[in-house]
Unconditional design. Structure first.
Ligand SMILES: [Zn+2]
Length: 275
């Protein structure tokens, strides 16, 4: 268990005084729990519990004490505040002509965002992967990114650390972020709004995170994207800021059924080779 006197895992300077830090931003990770006022349940998959017990249900998205200092937590809140409307209201923003939607295939569209600033969106995605990798909560403790990638994400996050939106804008204008290509995925509709999952199972290259109605993939480097089915839809360049929107059926196979299968496979392996 981490203590308040431990060093903040992001800045490694201040004491990690913050309690209840969400590993995944709350705005994006609690829809699967169902509406407020009715019994809330969601499934957390970590490739460990899935065979030996029922899938773990949760009342809230995972939180952890003493991983961050107050400042670094406030910085992540700024990234979240800047990005939340684009995740929550992308469909309304397309309707309003703010975001552009391009049809690629009958089952695949691409939404080009014009907010937040692409580097701010990239920092938010980096922060989710970094938080999942450093977290030792039950959901994330076996999820560990390649150490080089994890450290690069930390350095980039730290390089742009800001305590106000104005400071963040200034950093974004003045600095270059190191590019690890990432892809984001969602669907326009879901078979069952509460049947989505939070899953951190695959920390390979690309690593993936399943966060309720959004899926995220991160590659270590440009060369790793080549040949991947998402290659053309990945955010490779600094200015890229797009989200893949797949059909309800593809979403279900890739983002709900597949993580359940992967979690079961991982649980089988863990059962055969207990650590
Ligand atoms: Zn800190």
């Amino acid at each position: 268990m981490r203590k308040a006197a431990d060093e903040c895992l992001l800045c490694r300077i201040n004491a990690a005084t913050k309690t209840n830090s969400h590993i995944l931003p709350r705005f994006i990770s609690t829809g699967f729990l169902g509406a407020k006022g009715v019994p809330r349940k969601g499934y957390l998959l970590n490739g460990k519990n899935e065979l030996t017990s029922k899938p773990k249900t949760a009342q809230d998205s995972p939180k952890e004490d003493h991983i961050l200092c107050d400042e670094c937590e406030a910085y992540f809140s700024i990234l979240e505040t800047a990005s939340a409307p684009s995740f929550k209201f992308w469909q309304a923003k397309i309707a309003a002509g703010e975001f552009k939607e391009i049809t690629i295939k009958p089952f695949l569209k691409l939404v080009q965002l014009n907010s937040p600033e692409p580097t701010v969106m990239r920092l938010l995605v980096y922060s989710m992967f970094w938080r999942a990798s450093i977290s030792s909560t039950e959901t994330f403790n076996s999820y560990k990114l390649d150490p080089e990638l994890e450290e690069s994400l930390r350095n980039n996050l730290l390089e742009f650390k800001a305590l106000t939106m104005g400071d963040l804008d200034a950093h974004v204008k003045a600095k270059e972020i190191i590019l690890h290509p990432y892809a984001s995925m969602t669907s326009g509709s879901f078979k069952d709004e509460t049947a989505n999952v939070l899953a951190a199972i695959n920390a390979e290259n690309p690593a993936s995170l399943h966060v309720d109605k959004f899926g995220f993939y991160i590659f270590k480097a440009d060369k790793d994207v080549a040949g991947n089915f998402m290659a053309d839809f990945t955010n490779v360049k600094t200015s890229d800021n797009q989200i893949m929107v797949v059909s309800e059926q593809i979403w279900y196979s890739v983002m709900v059924k597949r993580p359940l299968e992967m979690a079961a496979e991982q649980a089988k392996k863990n059962l055969a080779n207990p650590k």
